[in-house]
Design a protein around this ligand. Structure first.
Ligand SMILES: N[C@@H](CCC(=O)N[C@@H](CS)C(=O)NCC(=O)O)C(=O)O
Length: 199
């Protein structure tokens, strides 16, 4: 059985769990305590980064390589387009969605530092970058492929993470098309089951 080291709050692990669910690939979920990372997990993932997948034959770290492994193991339903051009265009959207998540993590970590050590200019720059990416999706939401393609999964996970960690960002008011898209997808069972839980 594939063992996935994860946390309930990790958006990267959430993407992997959703892809495994749509492909009906069973995962043994092992929740990691960041203060006491298990040796088997650190042996597979030296940086201690969540998620990591350990199979009978190999270990996969970084959500993107885990998703590629899952796609290779169970090609149906696909999460990557078959044709190279569509695949490359989807990668753009996946990168933008991951970029939103990465920046939300950066803001969350910065906000955990003592107030006098936080960089207001860095926080403002990163928030603007998130807003620009959402504005891009507002114009281009029709280009996002239907669920369960990876761009849809990555974008919905990024927006869910924003709502969880940065509820004050208020992207909804300025991005009604993205809001409508997100409200439809987040109502599906797999998104409800994998949603982040507060610490
Ligand atoms: N690019 C990585 C990012 C993974 C990542 O940043 N994970 C965070 C949790 S959401 C982590 O493991 N942090 C380790 C720590 O803070 O000790 C991926 O897609 O898997």
């Amino acid at each position: 059985m594939n063992r996935l080291f994860f946390t309930h709050r990790s958006p990267y692990a959430r993407i992997v769990r959703i892809v495994a669910d749509v492909k009906e690939i069973p995962l043994e979920l092992i929740e990691v305590n960041f203060q006491d990372k298990p040796a088997a997990f650190l042996a597979a993932s030296p940086f201690g980064s969540i998620p990591a997948l350990i199979t009978d034959n190999a270990s996969y770290i970084d959500s993107h390589s885990i998703v590629r492994y899952l796609e290779n193991s169970m090609p149906t339903p696909p999460v990557f387009p078959a044709h190279t051009h569509e695949w490359a265009l989807q990668e753009n959207r996946v990168c933008l969605a991951y970029g939103i998540t990465d920046r939300a993590v950066t803001i969350m970590k910065e906000n955990m530092r003592p107030e006098e050590l936080r960089s207001a200019s860095q926080l403002s720059k990163v928030r603007s970058e998130i807003c620009r990416a959402i504005a891009w999706f507002e114009v281009n939401i029709e280009s996002v492929l239907p669920f369960p393609m990876l761009d849809a999964i990555a974008l919905a996970t990024a927006l869910g993470y924003l709502e969880f960690r940065l509820p004050d960002l208020e992207w909804r008011a300025t991005s009604p098309r993205v809001q409508k898209w997100f409200d439809e997808i987040q109502g599906t069972a797999v998104f409800k089951q994998t949603g982040p839980t507060p610490s």
